[in-house]
Design a binder for this molecule. Structure first.
Ligand SMILES: O=C(O)[C@H]1O[C@H](OP(=O)(O)OP(=O)(O)OC[C@H]2O[C@@H](n3ccc(=O)[nH]c3=O)[C@H](O)[C@@H]2O)[C@H](O)[C@@H](O)[C@H]1O
Length: 445
């Protein structure tokens, strides 16, 4: 009893050690204790379910399919701030068609390399253009902000948001009845896929599905043109690559996600009557380009006197690319938008068969990477510190070469810029852009 008295005012700290007593007080005490335990475990259980739910539900603006812990979500720096009357007005103004027979286009990835050029070209000819971009930091976001500033000056508003944010996409279609979507937002880069595979799944697969879902439910449904890639030809060694050739042997996860995108496009065309055109871009280069691409960082490193790693195939075999100048690609994109038929469905229901197309957009003249370096040396008036390396097994293929007959016939696509001319324009832009931002930086310091 003494022991019991000691614990009369509270729950025993070590209940198992108390001599069992059958008094009603003990029963009440035990009942209260069980209730507390039950409440504790229920809360913990509910908490765990909530945690699981939050982790598995795509958040509105950040990466939700990251397979590499942390990296991807920190790369996406988004605090989506959309909505409100002012925002809607900007969206409407930017999308307004200002020419006879113009179209209104939602351009995803508008602050990206190709996106910025396509948006500017559409705006120039009087089409309505609204950009969408998540400004992730796969490469220097300052470059994306500079592209954004240029587009804003020409009247193109870029909404900051992610293609996985369905609520945002739906809102955009509520505000504007886009006739077309130019879908260029993607996780690019062949070699980076080994470092951050989740970002490819998130952007190139989940993001594509999220976009198609909203487009199929829109009324009217837009026609969609989107960027696939020459990399889908993978280990195919029949050259030049024709759209009818094998694309079932991708050499990188990037290529696999683009190929998956082509199959997903087939499904949405088949079930919902979406008009979809996929464009297989061949190593696009030019002013305002991507710093992760070889021609870009070779230029930077030649100027800095740093070593240039040049890949070579087995037995010192030549590695070559069908480098394609960005203005030619833009013409192919506009040609695709202009020849795209209307989608046939509405409000998620198919009304009849719809157009489904795939085109190569290349230059039809592959150039060895060593020649690319020689051209840069001449333009920069500086010798490169070349380091020949065996091509690593990280997704690269040895050779690309586009057959563009189909695009020529159907889109009137005709590339006109050779590598020498295109690189000259790139180098001129590079020197001016980085000397300007360099002097700005110096004056800021
Ligand atoms: O057509 C595409 O669909 C893809 O094109 C582009 O991929 P790639 O053709 O691989 O371009 P890029 O990396 O500039 O390498 C160019 C050449 O330099 C060689 N290369 C590369 C790096 C290096 O350090 N050394 C080297 O020799 C390398 O072996 C290659 O031969 C886009 O990045 C990609 O997003 C996608 O759009």
């Amino acid at each position: 009893m003494t022991q019991l008295k000691t614990h009369q005012d509270g729950i025993p700290s070590t209940p198992g050690k108390i001599k069992m007593d059958r008094s009603p007080y003990i029963h009440r005490l035990r009942w209260q204790f069980s209730l507390a335990k039950l409440t504790f475990w229920s809360c913990l259980f509910l908490g765990l379910i909530l945690l699981f739910f939050l982790r598995s539900t795509p958040s509105s603006s950040s990466s939700s399919y990251s397979l590499s812990s942390g990296t991807d979500s920190t790369r996406r720096s988004l605090a989506s701030t959309w909505g409100g009357p002012d925002w809607e007005k900007r969206v409407r103004d930017s999308s307004k068609i200002r020419s006879h027979n113009g179209i209104s286009v939602l351009v995803t990835g508008a602050a990206g390399f190709v996106g910025t050029h396509v948006s500017a070209a559409l705006k120039r000819r009087g089409d309505g253009v609204l950009g969408l971009d998540n400004f992730n930091d796969y490469y220097d976001p300052k470059l994306k902000r500079s592209r954004q500033a240029r587009l804003e000056r020409s009247g193109v508003f870029i909404v900051e948001g992610d293609i996985n944010d369905s609520a945002l996409l739906k809102k955009l279609f509520d505000v504007v009845a886009f006739t077309h979507v130019m879908h260029l937002a993607a996780q690019a880069g062949v070699r980076y896929a080994m470092q951050n595979p989740g970002s490819y799944v998130n952007s190139n697969i989940a993001g594509l599905v999220s976009l198609f879902e909203v487009c199929k439910s829109a009324n009217p449904q837009p026609s969609i043109v989107w960027a696939s890639s020459s990399s889908v030809y993978g280990l195919n060694n029949k050259v030049p690559f024709s759209e009818r050739d094998r694309t079932d042997q991708p050499a990188s996860l990037y290529a696999a996600t683009k190929k998956a995108g082509e199959e997903i496009a087939h499904t949405y065309n088949h079930i919902y009557g979406l008009s979809i055109t996929g464009l297989r871009f061949f190593t696009v280069y030019g002013p305002w380009g991507r710093p992760d691409m070889a021609y870009f960082f070779f230029t930077r490193d030649i100027l800095k006197g740093k070593p240039i790693p040049i890949f070579e195939g087995p037995n010192h075999g030549t590695v070559a690319r069908d480098f394609t100048y960005v203005d030619d690609i833009v013409k192919g994109c506009l040609g695709s938008l202009d020849t795209a038929e209307k989608s046939t469905g509405s409000g998620g229901k198919k009304k009849g068969p719809a157009q489904l197309r795939i085109f190569n957009l290349g230059n039809t003249s592959p150039v060895p990477v060593t020649t690319l370096v020689s051209i840069l040396e001449r333009l920069l008036k500086k010798k490169a510190n070349r380091v020949m390396l065996k091509m690593p097994r990280n997704g690269d293929v040895q050779f690309t070469h586009a057959n563009i007959t189909l695009a020529q016939t159907e889109l009137g696509y005709k590339p006109t810029t050779d590598l020498q001319t295109g690189l000259k324009k790139f180098v001129r832009w590079y020197l001016s852009y980085y000397s300007d931002s360099g002097s700005k930086k110096r004056s800021d310091e």
